[in-house]
Design a protein. Structure first.
Ligand code: G3H
Ligand code: 13P
Ligand code: ZN
Length: 343
């Protein structure tokens, strides 16, 4: 079944574990993600970022996606996830990642998302509170959960960019939960977005501990979210480069650091980059193993883009030639079917 984020967070909080949250950019990826979670008998949080909605709305230059594009994308992905979730034994959440403004959140909710993130982290504290409170009011009235963000993560991922990080102030975080009524909060404690997080990153886990301690004293509910948590597996980067890619300076957060953050109070762990890397590797491997498909009228265009953009690993840079498949999951021929099975 498709559920809001809140009840899952209550379980996470009660039993002190963390739930992974994975970004998708295509209908086929949502289906695959649900199947993998079923294998592990785990609930699933699927995330579509604001611009991912634009992309899934058919906008190949998704950086320029309009609200209209995002509305279409939200509808497409939500309709597919709803169908898959209704036929699945596991609870599935469809969550908007890094909602840019109030309208983006409304577009996601109207499309059928069951949870939204409003990212007001670039705003002054009081403005962030105000915006988040408005989204909470709108969302909660419709049974939709809300994640906010306080503090700034360094790194780049489309419109989410900052050169340096500002760690979350624990007392401000507690005040933020109190004033906004949000269900979850993304904190800045040493992670960053993207594939270049730096070598041997140590997380400031004491920030999470301090927030959770205060929350407990004041009897407040709220789950802390670790964004920028990809591990950037060395072997995947090496395989991409061995297949003709050129990805440099790739470092993620170690799995040990992530595991250690869970008993400190982290309850949701966001991963996008690792999936992007794996999908890029898979597509390159597919064309290496099936050279005759490089000229396929159906998917040859994807190969051309992979060859042109050697330093990129965002699948959205390569998928435009099969946009209808990305949007609606329509697989018109055998070549498409094979390629979709690797993304
Ligand atoms: O955390 C950030 C997301 O991974 C960004 O995704 O490239 O769709 O904005 P996007
Ligand atoms: P990564 O770039 O580390 O995968 O982080 C993803 C994320 O925070 C999505 O919101
Ligand atoms: Zn993020």
């Amino acid at each position: 079944p498709l559920i809001p984020l809140r009840p899952l967070l209550e379980t996470v909080d009660k039993y002190h574990f963390a739930q992974g949250a994975f970004n998708v950019n295509a209908v086929a990826q949502a289906k695959a993600a649900i199947e993998v979670h079923e294998m592990f008998r785990s609930a699933a949080i699927l995330q579509g970022a604001d611009l991912a909605n634009g992309f899934m709305g058919g906008r190949t230059d998704f950086q320029n996606a309009t609200l209209e594009d995002k509305k279409i994308g939200a509808k497409n992905i939500a309709a597919a996830v709803k169908k898959y979730a209704e036929n699945s034994p596991i609870p599935v959440v469809l969550h908007l990642d890094h909602g840019k403004n109030f309208d983006s959140c409304v577009a996601a909710i109207e499309g059928g998302y069951t949870s939204v993130m409003i990212d007001g982290s670039s705003l002054p504290f009081e403005e962030n509170v105000e915006l988040t409170r408005e989204v909470v009011k709108y969302a909660h009235e419709r049974g939709v959960s809300v994640e906010g963000e306080l503090g700034v993560l360094a790194g780049v991922e489309d419109h989410v960019f900052s050169a340096t990080s500002t760690y979350t102030n624990p007392l401000k975080a507690v005040e933020f939960f109190k004033k906004t009524g949000c269900d979850a909060l993304a904190i800045s404690y040493g992670t960053m977005h993207g594939a270049s997080k730096g070598k041997d990153v140590k997380l400031r886990k004491e920030i999470a501990i301090a927030i959770k301690e205060c929350m407990m004293h004041e009897n407040l509910f709220g789950v802390l979210v670790s964004h920028g948590s990809s591990t950037v597996p060395r072997y995947i980067v090496d395989e991409i480069n061995a297949l003709g890619g050129n990805i440099q300076n790739a470092y993620g957060i170690s799995i040990e650091e992530l595991k250690a953050a869970i008993p400190c109070g982290i309850g949701k762990i966001n991963v996008d980059t690792d999936i992007r890397l794996a999908v890029t590797r898979n597509m390159k491997e597919y064309f290496a193993q099936n050279p005759e498909k490089r000229n396929s009228p159906s998917i040859g265009g994807v190969y051309k883009l992979l060859e042109e953009k050697k330093d990129q690993f965002d699948p959205r840079a390569f998928l435009p030639p099969i946009m209808d498949t990305v949007m609606y999951g329509i697989v018109p021929d055998e070549d498409r079917a094979e390629l979709v099975s690797v993304i």
